[in-house]
Design a protein around this ligand. Structure first.
Ligand code: PLP
Length: 379
C-alpha cells in the first residue's frame, strides 16, 4: 500500500505507543491523587509538558494538553475572545479549518461577535496589507493557520502576529499541519496561542496540545476540577500526553526535511501535470507545504478517482478528510474561487517523511491508470 493521506492522519510511532503503555497499564494513577501512584502520573505529565515546551521554546506552564486540534482551536478562539473584552471583532480567512470556522460561528451566533474575512488569492494567500485593513480598534483576535491542510498554502504568521499586536489584538495560529514541517517555535512565530494535534505527527488520535501565552486570560470551554492550570478541566490523559511528547521528540528538523521532501513533492507534481493534461495544481506553485500536493481533474469525480486509486493500492483523500462523509465541495476550494463543479474533482496527495521516490512513481502511474479508468466510465 502506498499511503499518501498523511494530512488526514499519520500512523502512530511505535516509540510513542511504547512510551504511553505503562501509563495505560501498571502506572494507572490519577495525576491529582496525592499517593505515590498519582505522584508518578503527575511527574510523567510534567515531563511530557516540559518536552513539548522545549520543542515549542516556551514555558511549560503555557502548554495545555488537549484531545486534539479541534479542541485546541475551539479553546483558543472561544477562550481568548470571550476572556479578553477589547471588543467583539475577529479577523480570519474562509480557508481555515472547520474547527476554526465553526468556533468563530459560535462566537457570532451566541455572543454577538463580528468577523472580517481577509480576502484570499486563488492560491489561498493573504496579504499583510489586507490583514492590516481588516484590523479594527475593537479587534480582539486574529486567527490564521500556518499551513493549509487541503491546498498547502502558507501564511506569514510571524509578520501577521506583529501586525495584530501593533493593533492591540491577540494572535492565534492553527499549526496542526505545520508541526514538524516548519519552525513552530513560539519565539519564531510570536503568537499568543498555537494549536497542535497529535495524530498529524505520529501520536494517537485524540491527543494534542495548545500553547497559550502565560498571563493571558482564557475562558475555559470545559468546566470542572481545574486541571491544566484551570484552563482545561478533566482528569488528564497521561498516556496520550506522554505519547504526544514522545512523538514530538521524533520529529525531524524542518530545515533539513522541508527542502528534501519538497523536492520529492515537486517531482511528483511535475510528473502528474505532464502525464495528466487535465490535472491542475491547487494552492501556490512555490512556497507551499512540503508534503501536500492537491489537484483538480476537470470532468472527473474526485471520489470516484479516489476509489480507483485505492483499487491500485494508493490511498489518498478527495478534498479534506476532515469533511469525510460530506459530498459538498471543499469550502477551501470554494473560498479560493474554484468553480463548485471543479472543486468536486479534487484529490489530495499528502506525503510523509518516510515516503520514497519509488512510492511516488507508483502513485503517479496509478493516477494515470485511474484517470483513464474514470474517463472511460464517463464519471
Ligand atoms: N486544523 C487543521 C488544519 C487540521 O488539518 C485538522 C485535522 O484535519 C484539525 C485542525 C483538527 O484536528 P483534530 O483531528 O485533531 O481534531
Amino acid at each position: 500500500m502506498v499511503y499518501l493521506d498523511n494530512a488526514a492522519t499519520t500512523p502512530v510511532r511505535a516509540e510513542a505507543l511504547q512510551a504511553a503503555w505503562p501509563w495505560l497499564t501498571s502506572e494507572f494513577g490519577n495525576p491529582s491523587s496525592t499517593h505515590e501512584l498519582g505522584n508518578r502520573a503527575s511527574g510523567a505529565l510534567s515531563n511530557a509538558r516540559a518536552t513539548v515546551a522545549t520543542w515549542l521554546d516556551c514555558r511549560s506552564s503555557d502548554v495545555i494538553f488537549t484531545a486534539g486540534g479541534t479542541e485546541g482551536d475551539n479553546l483558543a478562539i472561544m477562550g481568548l475572545a470571550l476572556a479578553n473584552p477589547r471588543g467583539r471583532h475577529i479577523v480570519s480567512a474562509r480557508t481555515e479549518h472547520e474547527a476554526v470556522l465553526a468556533a468563530i460561528d459560535a462566537l457570532v451566533r451566541l455572543h454577538g461577535f463580528e468577523v472580517s474575512w481577509v480576502p484570499v488569492s486563488p492560491a489561498g494567500e493573504v496579504t499583510l496589507a489586507d490583514v492590516s485593513a481588516a484590523l479594527r480598534p475593537d479587534t480582539t483576535l486574529v486567527t490564521l493557520m500556518l499551513a493549509n491542510n487541503e491546498i498547502g498554502t502558507i501564511h506569514p504568521i510571524a509578520a501577521i502576529a506583529e501586525l495584530a499586536h501593533a493593533a492591540g489584538a491577540l494572535m492565534h495560529t492553527d499549526a496542526v499541519q505545520a508541526a514538524g514541517w516548519f519552525d513552530t517555535r513560539i519565539t519564531t512565530l510570536g503568537v499568543d496561542a498555537l494549536t497542535l494535534s497529535g495524530h498529524k505527527l505520529g501520536a494517537p488520535k485524540g491527543s494534542g496540545a495548545l500553547y497559550v501565552r502565560g498571563g493571558l486570560a482564557l475562558e475555559p470551554i470545559l468546566h470542572g476540577g481545574g486541571q491544566e492550570f484551570d484552563r482545561r478541566s478533566g482528569t488528564e490523559n497521561v498516556a496520550w500526553a506522554v505519547a504526544f511528547a514522545a512523538a514530538v521528540t521524533l520529529l525531524a528538523n524542518p530545515a533539513q526535511e522541508g527542502p528534501r521532501v519538497a523536492e520529492l513533492r515537486d517531482g511528483f507534481i511535475a510528473s502528474v501535470l505532464e502525464a495528466v493534461p487535465r490535472a491542475e495544481l491547487t494552492g501556490p506553485e512555490t512556497n507551499r507545504h512540503p508534503a501536500i500536493a492537491s489537484f483538480t481533474f476537470a470532468g472527473l469525480n474526485g471520489e470516484t478517482l479516489l476509489l480507483e486509486l485505492e483499487e491500485r493500492d494508493v490511498i489518498v483523500s478527495s478534498g479534506s478528510a476532515c469533511a469525510a462523509g460530506k459530498t459538498d465541495p471543499s469550502h477551501v476550494l470554494l473560498a479560493v474561487g474554484c468553480d463548485p463543479d471543479i472543486a468536486q474533482t479534487s484529490v489530495r496527495f499528502s506525503i510523509s517523511h518516510a515516503t520514497t521516490a519509488k512510492e511516488l512513481q507508483q502513485a503517479q502511474a496509478a493516477l494515470v491508470a485511474a484517470v483513464a479508468a474514470v474517463s472511460a466510465l464517463g464519471a
